[in-house]
Design a protein. Structure first.
Length: 308
């Protein structure tokens, strides 16, 4: 059903219609809307009044009425009304009449004031609309609205705007799904690493790996004691602590290709710290720690700490 028909039917029921950027149509509360076959129905027209006054937004009752009779969600119902009114204002601004079925026609004079001419009322009953469309064998016999020609020219533009809104909602939904999957994957990996740490400690103490029995020269040279004194005016930042020697050596070897200042330290050959010493003042420590964490872990919570 066309939106202009819904506006007319809402107007007949509530006796008032507020259209943003257009104005307000009113009908005396004592007036009864006549039947379309009533020979005196034209007397009804003189009671329709229009006032060009600022209307900030459409009434919630009007949006709910459109939703109820189109089956659309609230944002789409609001978008339909906004598009319809924008098209109407476009017609007015180029000197064309803006006709609302069952209410009347608006014109814009040279002073920019809207002039209203009441139109023939539309009295289709909501519960009979579908029945009429299926039962009438000759829809061409229906009287064509004066607004149909203008509305058909701008209907394609209206559909494009509605399609853009739907596409935006789909993109936002996909982005939320991808982000949620990414967070679940990171949390799963963190939980697996924490659960395997105690088992790895037991394995290291009960059955030493081959490289601890016959360490390679590179392994011995790469691991330094954690008692190295930090130079004055500098701070030692611990980027990562792990109980897995293979993990520590592999990670440290990779970091050396990026920054030779990273060191691999241990105090008991069970816990390994990957550290870096950076000059700075006490006021710089928080900023440097955040920067190191972002470089080392990305968007994960702060894990980098300052050695005590």
């Amino acid at each position: 059903m066309k939106l202009s028909i819904l506006l007319a039917q809402y107007f007949y029921q509530h006796k008032q219609l507020n259209l943003p950027s257009i104005g307000t149509f009113t009908l005396d509360a004592a007036v009864t809307v006549p039947d379309s076959n009533d020979k005196n129905f034209r007397e009804f027209l003189k009671y329709v009044q229009f006032s060009q006054k600022p209307v900030a937004k459409a009434d919630d009752a009007l949006i709910d009425y459109i939703r109820a009779h189109t089956g659309k969600i609230k944002p789409l119902a609001e978008s339909d009304l906004e598009s319809y009114l924008a098209d109407g204002k476009l017609l007015l601004n180029i000197g064309k009449p803006f006709h609302i079925d069952g209410i009347g026609t608006l014109f814009k004079n040279k002073l920019g004031i809207y002039e209203f001419t009441p139109g023939e009322p539309s009295l289709e009953r909501m519960e009979l609309v579908e029945h009429r469309e299926t039962e009438r064998p000759t829809p061409a016999a229906k009287k064509k609205s004066a607004f149909d020609d203008s509305y058909s020219r701008i209907e394609a533009h209206h559909n494009r705007r509605k399609g853009l809104l739907i596409g935006t909602l789909v993109v936002i939904g996909l982005a939320v799904i991808v982000w949620g999957g990414y967070m679940l994957y990171n949390n799963k990996n963190d939980n697996q690493e924490q659960s395997t740490a105690p088992q790895q400690i037991a394995a290291d103490t009960s059955t030493p790996p081959a490289d601890s029995v016959s360490p390679k020269p590179a392994d011995s040279a790469a691991i330094a004691p954690a008692t190295i004194v930090t130079p004055p005016g500098s701070y030692k930042y611990i980027a990562e602590t792990t109980t897995r020697k293979t993990r520590a050596l592999t990670r440290h070897a990779f970091l050396l290709t990026l920054n030779p200042n990273y060191k691999l330290e241990t105090t008991d050959s069970l816990t390994f710290n990957i550290t870096v010493v950076i000059p700075g003042t006490p006021a710089d420590t928080t900023r440097l720690k955040d920067s190191l964490n972002a470089w080392y872990y990305g968007t994960k919570p702060i894990k980098v700490r300052i050695a005590q």
